[in-house]
Design a protein around this ligand. Structure first.
Ligand code: 6CS
Length: 316
């Protein structure tokens, strides 16, 4: 049998490395009886189109990033909020990998005929533009590309920007044509998509980590023979920590590549500067609660508690 796995990122990306690791494990444990066909970004559509294909079962596995997915599953928009998770990546890694978190989202995904298989952090979001973005006022009137959901736009509206929701594939040309002034993504993506070639400044404000989710068609998952489902679950458990290492490695290595291939300006915000953005971002939590309703609010509260508890346990 063939399992089709659709990616929101191109070859060489974090998602691609994840898919290759999963493919290796499944094909070997099944003695080649299961083949995973990987569809990197571009071959079958934008993020939302991939989600639709997963919901209808044309693809079995897919990545679905909250910044796009939140118009379908409003609760997941919580991951587009700024300064919500920890500044400590390890705290976030553990929370995102926890079974409790996956359980909180089981229903919202399930209602869309999706089975949530896990959350994957892909690195800190970095802003690019043709000027430094050191204060919320620097966003005034800035046409910043956001992912396509309503809540993803709200985070930048709070800084005074003019959010421009755009599919990933269109970002490079829109920057080039000056239809947008800036965008936000982890370093590995800024490198592989070439955004640094058409922008002159990277601002490191660490507003949030880019979090994505791995999903499958729910009916397909529920109908898998017992052994296959177990293989899949075991493989997912093994791949999660690897993916975490892969993102760390790619983000670090590609920052060097960008330095070598350009003279882009790199601006690191101080804690005081970050604090001003954090304050400006707080009202967006209310917008999220309005959009995602009671169930979303419960998820937001629980996440805040999980972060607080984990940080209290972490030696500084
Ligand atoms: O910005 C985006 O739309 C995309 N960025 C990443 C890092 N992965 C997938 C997502 O669609």
């Amino acid at each position: 049998v063939t399992w089709r796995f659709a990616l929101e990122e191109i070859e060489g990306s974090v998602q691609h490395r994840y898919a290759l690791e999963l493919k290796d494990r499944i094909e070997s444990i099944s003695d080649g009886n299961i083949v995973i066909d990987i569809f990197p970004y571009g071959s079958i559509g934008t993020s939302l189109q991939l989600t639709d294909l997963a919901r209808e079962g044309s693809v079995h596995l897919a990545f679905a990033s909250p910044g796009h997915l939140a118009d379908v599953i409003p609760e997941v928009g919580v991951f587009t909020l700024h300064y919500l998770l920890s500044d400590d990546e390890n705290v976030n890694r553990d929370i995102l990998a926890s079974e409790e978190l996956v359980q909180l989202f089981r229903e919202p995904y399930g209602e869309q005929n999706l089975k949530l298989l896990g959350f994957v952090p892909e690195g800190w979001i970095v802003w690019t533009a043709n000027k430094p973005l050191k204060r919320p006022e620097d966003f005034d009137g800035l046409a910043i590309r956001t992912m396509t959901s309503e809540i993803a736009a709200e985070s930048y509206r709070a800084y005074g920007a003019t959010p421009t929701p755009t599919p990933f594939s269109q970002v490079y040309s829109d920057l080039q044509l000056r239809r947008i002034d800036g965008q936000a993504n982890p370093v590995f993506a800024i490198e592989e998509m070439g955004f640094y070639e058409v922008q002159n400044t990277m601002t490191f404000a660490r507003p949030a980590q880019f979090v994505t989710s791995v999903v499958s068609n729910r009916s397909w998952f529920d109908g898998l023979p017992e052994d296959q489902r177990e293989w899949l679950e075991n493989a997912l458990d093994e791949v999660a920590p690897l993916a975490y290492e892969v993102q760390a490695e790619l983000n670090a290595r590609r920052l060097e590549t960008i330095r070598e291939n350009s003279n882009i300006n790199m601006v690191e915000l101080t804690e005081e500067e970050r604090e001003r953005f954090r304050k400006a971002s707080l009202p967006v939590r209310d917008s999220y609660a309005r959009i995602a309703g009671e169930r979303g609010e419960r998820i937001l509260d629980r996440l805040l508690t999980l972060v607080r508890e984990a940080e209290a346990k972490t030696p500084t």
